[in-house]
Structure formats: structure tokens, C-alpha cells
Design a protein. Structure first.
Length: 339
């Protein structure tokens, strides 16, 4: 199947090639070398959005989203050398509060780049200390974060000296994909599935250990969710938006809420997977029940009492006022039941 490839140099369009062969031939002629040198860079580039650098110049390769997604699946299903890599990495809770950081920054963190992590790589974070289990699955979305873009998270470092040391690291930006808190991912269990020794640094995951760890992470907490707005009404061709507060954006709190209630709207009972099939699995908005003006600065969200899953339509209605007041879950549910 032909795969059109667009090449950009420093964000300027260079060529719209008909396929990967033409793209490689273009670069080979440009740099007076063989085209075989570029095939892997082009493929990994358009599949995982990994830039390719020659000197100070950045080259990016772009293909249609559907074609890139299909190729990504083929690479990973076949274990191809160009497939993304999976890593097991440690985090010491006595040095750094990982859960607190994810809760505060919603879904992304700038993480120490212990190895040459690239876009698309998956990191499974093993929390040591008195936790001693794999807790988080994250995806690398920026292999290297530029120094002036790094988010320094001093609040979550428990050791001032180690925080200062951390400022000297290269960073990769990671997106929280899923979290789990099961004893089946303890150090002892991991050893039953092939782990040798302790987890003291980043290690590539392969074979039985990789498959075992991956089997516990099936959700995608942040993909496909619209964190900054809920679409409202259309007025004179303009989109009206409704702000969604930070408690509704917290991916860990969202998951705990969904684990309790399920991915079903608690107002109208809409279930996206039942309606749309696999593409709708785990899709739902999460609404914060307490009005923002009632929340104090030191407020800690309770995922069961304070959050509730709702579909986008019901969410939009809950964020609209009637006679100066918001409708409650119960009031909106009653409105629907009368229809």
C-alpha cells in the first residue's frame, strides 16, 4: 500500500513524496549518500513523530494519521526493530512524590532522561521505598525537552539537594497513560516472571516480563479526553465553550471515579462502548460536583464523593446556569426522565 510522506525541514515544507522510497531517494540526493540510510528514520519519524537531526537542522516526516496508526500496530505486533521500546524505570517516593506530581500537572511530567528515550517509548514506573510495585504506565511525547521549556517541579521533591541535582538532567516529557495499584506488580511477583535482581536503573522490557506487566495496564487515562472545554451551543457561527476545572482533569482521580461508577453517564446512562463499539471504550467525561467558589485552596478531591462520570452532552448542561444557578445531577436526571 502506498504511503505518502511529507518532509519538513525546520517546519518548512520540503517535499510531498508519494511513498517512503521517494522520500528516501530525495534525502539521499540532498545529502549525497545512499537511500538505505534514511528508511528507518523516515518510518520511525512518521509512525512515532520522532524528529531526525542533521547538524542544527530538524527534519520531520508526516503521513496520514490512519496509515501511521496502522503501521504502528504492524510494527508492534511483529516486534519489528522500528517499534517503540518499552522500559522499566525506578522512582523513589522518599525523593519525589510521583502521584502528587501527576495529580497536580494533570497528565504530563518532565522526567529524567536516563537513556535516549524517544517519542512513542513506553515507561513503566516502579515505585520503590515502602511501595515496591509498578504503579504507572507513561508514554514519551517529547524525547528531549528544551531547557527553556522544562517544568521544574520543586514542590514534589522531598530532598532539596536532589532537586538541585535534577536541574542538571536532560528531560523527556511523558504523558500518563494508566495507573495500577496491585500487589501482583510487586517486586517479588516481577521476579517470578523473569526480573533479575533489583530495579536500580532503567531497563528494557522484553519477553515474559514485558507481557506480564503490560497485561495490567489496559486503560488510556488521558487520550481522547478534552481537558480544557466542553462544547456548548453554536451562536452565529462561533463555538461557545465551557471551562472544565482542574479536578475534572486529574487523570488519577478520573480513573478512581470510573473504577467506582463505570464508564457510563450517571445522568442519562449513555455508554459509549455499547453505542459505538471498541472506539468508545472508556470514553466519558468526569464532572466535579462541588462548585468552584466553594472549594478552598487546600482542598483534596474525593474521586467517589466529588466526581461523577457524565457524557459530554450532560456535562455541558451541568455547566450551564438556569435562573442564575447550576442544575444538580439529580435535577438534570429528573429532566431527562420526564422526556
Amino acid at each position: 500500500m502506498s504511503c505518502p510522506i511529507t518532509i519538513y525541514k525546520n517546519n518548512d515544507l520540503l517535499i510531498e513524496a508519494k511513498n517512503i522510497q521517494q522520500a528516501a531517494e530525495f534525502l539521499a540526493e540532498l545529502f549525497n549518500t545512499t537511500k538505505n540510510k534514511f528508511y528507518d528514520h523516515i518510518e520511525r519519524g512518521y509512525v512515532y513523530h520522532i524528529p531526525y537531526y542533521i547538524g542544527e537542522d530538524e527534519y520531520r516526516f508526516v503521513a496520514p494519521a490512519g496509515i501511521a496508526a496502522n503501521r504502528r500496530k504492524n510494527l508492534e505486533d511483529s516486534g519489528h526493530k522500528n517499534a517503540r521500546r518499552l522500559w522499566l524505570i525506578p522512582a523513589n517516593p522518599n525523593d519525589y512524590d510521583v502521584e502528587g506530581a501527576f495529580s497536580y500537572y494533570y497528565d504530563t511530567l518532565d522526567w529524567k532522561r536516563s537513556y535516549n528515550y524517544e517519542n512513542g517509548d513506553i515507561l513503566f514506573i516502579y515505585v520503590s521505598g515502602n511501595v515496591k510495585r509498578v504503579r504507572y504506565k507513561v508514554e514519551v511525547i517529547e524525547g528531549i525537552v528544551r531547557d527553556n521549556d522544562i517544568i521544574y517541579d520543586q514542590t514534589f521533591w522531598k530532598d532539596e539537594e536532589k532537586y538541585l541535582q535534577s536541574q542538571e538532567y536532560e528531560r523527556s516529557r511523558v504523558r500518563l497513560v494508566d495507573e495500577n495499584d496491585t500487589p501482583d506488580l510487586s517486586l517479588a511477583k516481577l521476579r517470578d516472571y523473569g526480573l533479575k535482581g533489583n530495579i536500580q536503573g532503567a531497563m528494557k522490557l522484553k519477553g515474559e516480563l514485558r507481557d506480564y506487566i503490560m497485561s495490567f495496564f489496559e486503560h488510556n487515562l488521558t487520550e481522547g479526553y478534552y481537558p480544557d472545554e466542553v462544547t456548548g451551543t453554536l451562536e452565529e457561527g462561533k463555538r461557545k465553550t465551557i471551562s472544565v476545572n482542574v479536578y475534572e482533569r486529574n487523570p488519577i482521580a478520573r480513573k478512581k471515579c470510573m473504577d467506582y461508577y463505570g464508564a457510563e453517564c450517571q445522568v442519562c446512562k449513555m455508554n459509549f462502548e455499547d453505542t459505538y463499539g471498541k472506539v468508545g471504550r472508556d470514553f466519558i467525561h468526569v464532572h466535579h460536583i462541588i462548585p468552584l467558589h466553594e472549594i478552598q485552596q487546600d482542598y483534596i478531591v474525593d474521586p467517589i464523593k466529588d466526581l461523577i462520570p457524565v457524557c459530554p452532552n450532560c456535562h455541558a448542561m451541568l455547566h450551564r446556569k438556569e435562573n442564575g444557578a447550576y442544575l444538580s445531577i439529580e435535577q438534570l436526571r429528573e429532566r431527562i426522565s420526564k422526556e
